[in-house]
Design a protein around this ligand. Structure first.
Ligand code: UMA
Length: 434
C-alpha cells in the first residue's frame, strides 16, 4: 500500500497500516531534506519505505490502494499518478474511521472548529465520558486508532480536505458551525469547497444527529436535526438577554463564561447540543464550559504598550475570521493583515474596515492585492516583514488604540504555521519598549 505525504497524517496512516500487517511505502513530493528527519527515521525504522522528490511523483509501481494526506490536492502530480491509473485513493480520516469501533462526533465549519472540538472534549471528559480531541486539530484519527486506547466517544475536528476523500465515514453526531469562503487556492469555487464540507452528513442516517447553525441554508439531511443560532429565534438553542436558552429554558449565563463574541456563543451552543445527544444534563455540562480558557492565537490579548492594546489573532486565516475579530473591537484599530495569496478578494471587508480601522499595515505575498481592495476605505502601508509591521504599528499607535494582528489568510509564505506566526508576533510585541 502507498501513503501520500510524510507529514502528521501520512506518518500516522503508514504506521497504522504497518501495525495491521501491510507492506507500506510512503511517497512525498518534497525533497528528503525538507521533511522532518525524526519522522522519516521513525518510518524507516519500522521497515516502511520512504520515497521523496521527483521519484515519488513518477513512481510507477502498482499498489492495492493509496491513502492520501489532507494537504495533498487530488489534482497534484503525486495524486494524479495514482488516480490516472485507476488505483483507489482514500483519505487518512477514512482509514482511521475504518479502524475504530467507537462513536464519533465530527466538528466542521469554516471557523471555530478547533475551539468547539476542545470545548467538547474538555466537557465530555469532565462529565465522565472518556474522549480525546483529534483529527484536523493535530492528532490524526489513524494515530488514535493505532494506539488502541479505550474511549466512550471520539471528538474529531474535520476539515474539507479530509472530507473530500471519505467513503464510509459516518459520525453519530455531526456539527456544522458556519460556512464562509476559504481555501480558494485548493478549490475552483466556493461551492466546490462547500460541497466537500457537506460530505460530513453524507453517510448519516435517521439514527444520527446533525447539529447545525440555524442561519445556514443546508440541503435536506437524513439525520435528526438540532439547530442553534445567536442571530435568530427560530432555533433550539438561541440567545436571550445574555443567556443561552434551550427552547425556553435558560441554561448558561454568558457573563460567567470566559469566551467572548457571538461566534463563541455559537460554539458553546453547539457543544451543549452535542452533550444533550450524549445524554448529559445542562447542570452537568455548564461548569466545565464556564471554566474553559480561550486558546492562544484567537483574539489573544498580548500586552498593553503606550496605552494601546496588542491582540494576536493569527488563527484568522480567512476573511470571515477577520470580520469576527473586527466586530468584537470597541476601540480604533490598527490592523496588521496579509500573508499567503489564497485567492481571496478582500473587498467584502471594505465597509467594516472603513468603520473600525484607522490604518492598516499589510504583509506577505497578498499585501498589494489587499491594498488595492481597500483603497479609499482606509490608509494602508506595506511592511517588509512582521517585525517591520509591528514597529510601524508601535510608531503610530496612540493611547486607546488597539493593534490587531488578524491576517485573514494563511501563513505559509513567511512562517511554518499560524501558530509560528502568532508566536513570533507575541515575541515581537513583548520586546517593544514601554
Ligand atoms: N505533499 C506532497 N505533495 C503535495 C502536497 C504535499 O507530497 O502535492 C507533502 C508535503 O511535502 C508534506 C506532506 O505532504 O510532507 C504534508 O501533508 P499535509 O499537508 O496533509 O500535512 P500534515 O502534516 O499531514 O497535517 C494534516 C493537516 N494539514 C492540512 O490539512 C494542510 C493538519 O491540519 C492536521 O492537523 C494534521 O493533518 C492532523 O490531522 C492543519 C491545517 O492547516 C492544521 N488544516 C487546514 C485548516 O485547518 O484550515 C485544513
Amino acid at each position: 500500500m502507498a501513503v501520500l505525504g510524510a507529514g502528521l497524517s501520512g506518518a500516522a496512516a503508514a504506521l497504522l497500516l504497518k501495525s495491521q500487517g501491510a507492506n507500506v511505502t510512503v511517497l512525498d513530493s518534497a525533497e528528503e531534506k525538507q521533511l522532518l528527519k525524526s519522522t522519516v527515521d521513525n518510518l524507516r525504522g519500522q521497515n516502511i519505505e520512504v520515497i521523496c522528490g521527483p521519484a515519488a511523483d513518477s513512481d510507477s509501481r502498482k499498489y492495492d490502494f493509496v491513502v492520501s494526506s489532507p494537504g495533498i490536492d487530488p489534482e497534484s502530480p503525486l495524486a494524479r499518478n495514482f488516480s490516472s491509473r485507476g488505483i483507489e485513493i482514500i483519505g487518512e480520516l477514512e482509514l482511521g474511521w475504518r479502524s475504530i469501533n467507537v462513536p464519533v462526533i465530527a466538528v466542521t465549519g469554516t471557523n471555530g472548529k478547533t475551539t468547539t472540538t476542545e470545548l467538547l472534549a474538555q466537557m465530555l471528559n469532565a462529565c465522565g465520558q472518556k474522549t480525546i480531541a483529534c483529527g484536523n486539530i493535530g492528532k490524526p484519527l489513524s494515530e488514535v486508532a493505532r494506539e488502541g486506547k479505550q474511549f466512550d466517544v471520539l471528538t474529531v475536528e474535520v476539515s474539507s480536505f479530509q472530507l473530500e476523500t471519505i467513503k464510509t465515514f459516518r459520525p453519530a453526531i455531526a456539527i456544522w458551525l458556519n460556512f464562509a469562503p476559504d481555501h480558494l487556492d485548493r478549490y475552483r469555487s466556493v461551492s466546490e469547497y462547500r460541497a466537500a464540507k457537506l460530505r460530513v452528513f453524507e453517510n448519516q442516517t435517521k439514527e444520527d444527529v446533525a447539529i447545525v447553525n440555524a442561519i445556514e441554508d443546508l440541503p435536506e439531511l437524513s439525520a435528526r436535526r438540532i439547530n442553534f443560532s445567536a442571530y435568530t429565534d427560530r432555533a433550539d438553542f438561541r440567545l436571550v438577554e445574555g443567556s443561552i436558552v434551550y427552547h425556553d429554558k435558560p441554561v448558561l449565563r454568558l457573563a460567567e463564561a470566559k469566551l467572548r463574541g457571538s461566534h463563541n456563543i455559537e460554539n458553546l451552543m453547539a457543544t451543549l447540543a452535542a452533550g444533550t445527544c450524549r445524554g448529559l444534563s445542562f447542570e452537568e455540562m455548564v461548569p466545565s464550559l464556564l471554566a474553559y480558557e480561550p486558546q492562544p492565537h484567537r483574539c489573544e490579548f498580548v500586552r498593553q504598550v503606550g496605552g494601546a492594546d496588542y491582540i494576536n489573532d493569527s488563527k484568522a486565516t480567512n476573511l470571515d475570521a477577520v470580520e469576527k475579530a473586527l466586530l468584537a473591537q470597541t476601540k480604533p484599530v490598527i490592523l496588521i493583515a496579509g500573508g499567503k495569496d489564497k485567492g481571496f478578494d478582500f473587498k467584502p471587508l471594505r465597509e467594516l474596515v472603513k468603520q473600525k480601522v484607522k490604518s492598516s499595515i499589510l504583509i506577505g505575498e497578498i499585501a498589494r492585492r489587499i491594498e488595492d481592495d481597500w483603497r479609499g476605505a482606509v490608509k494602508s502601508e506595506i511592511a517588509l516583514s512582521l517585525a517591520d509591521a509591528v514597529e510601524r504599528a508601535h510608531a503610530s499607535a496612540k493611547t486607546g488604540d488597539v493593534v490587531l494582528f488578524s491576517p485573514g489568510t494563511s501563513s505559509f509564505d513567511m512562517f511554518k504555521s499560524y501558530a509560528d506566526r502568532g508566536d513570533q508576533f507575541r515575541e515581537l510585541v513583548r520586546a517593544l519598549p514601554k
